[in-house]
Design a protein around this ligand. Sequence first.
Ligand code: NAP
Length: 282
Amino acid sequence: MAVSSSSSSSSSSSSSSPSRNLKIGIVGFGPFAQFLAKIMIKQGHTLRATSRSDHSSLCQDLGISFFRDTGTFLEANNDVILICTSILSLSKVLNTMPLHCLKRSPLFVDVLSVKEYPRDILLKVLPEELDVLCTHPMFGPESGKNGWKDLAFMYERVRIKDEATCSSFLRIFETEGCRMLEMSCEEHDMVAARSQFLTHTIGRILSEMEVKPTSMSTKGFETLIHLKESTMKDSSDLFSGLFVYNRFAKQELKNLELSLEKVKQMLQDKMTEEQNLNESKF
Ligand code: NAP
């Protein structure tokens, strides 16, 4: 059941083609979807949402129609269905979606932090006539809190027939000044395993070590504390998803372990060398 509907205002665009206000249906209204929704509303798009939990009160405050029933949500006239669920729940969410309720053929977009996995599921579950755009806004509520200018937005046009709707969706991020990166889902996962997964893993390790600011914190140490704190704001489902559903992450974890072993060995060798030197002196 719809709780309320959004108001709209005209949006601006940095691109030469005319901008269009979209009707965007969000699946999974967690922290990241809420963060994206605020900018989309500001740009004048009409939002609807459905989610496992009841977010109707928050949606009402934001002027978004919230649907408890996924079938009714899909029956609404959406230009875009934006998948914002956790990586771990994607398969269940898509496989239980009553796609027969769709009254038209919206563009399906996902924002998951891994890319080969949602691409494969979307292509498997969705009928041929539905377009698929895989994206990863490479920022979140923390790093994007002061705007999205120069922040990276990765995307692959996986199966696009309706160019106009796809371009209008991408323009949401162009308009905010994002660095638009068109690349394959495979390339994304390879690069993200080295950068994003590594960053999150180091942050989680620092959290396990319970590092805290001290009276003699150096700038470098403050950077580590910041890394730990920003990483721990993301859910553990998100972190696990980065590992379980990115085939390149396993090798990065091995590289991390091997590198720690090498550093330990180098220190051990140095200690032995120093001890031998000291013993020979006295
Ligand atoms: P998340 O923990 O990855 O996902 C939370 C969302 O998943 C909520 O909407 C939640 O629904 C839904 N969900 C979790 N388990 C579910 C289940 N068993 N069945 C159905 N729905 C389930 O947190 P997030 O930060 O909001 O991220 C959402 C997506 O955006 C993820 O795929 C993430 O990789 C991607 N992303 C996040 C960031 C970021 O900075 N946070 C940046 C880029 C991309 P309810 O709220 O209804 O419980």
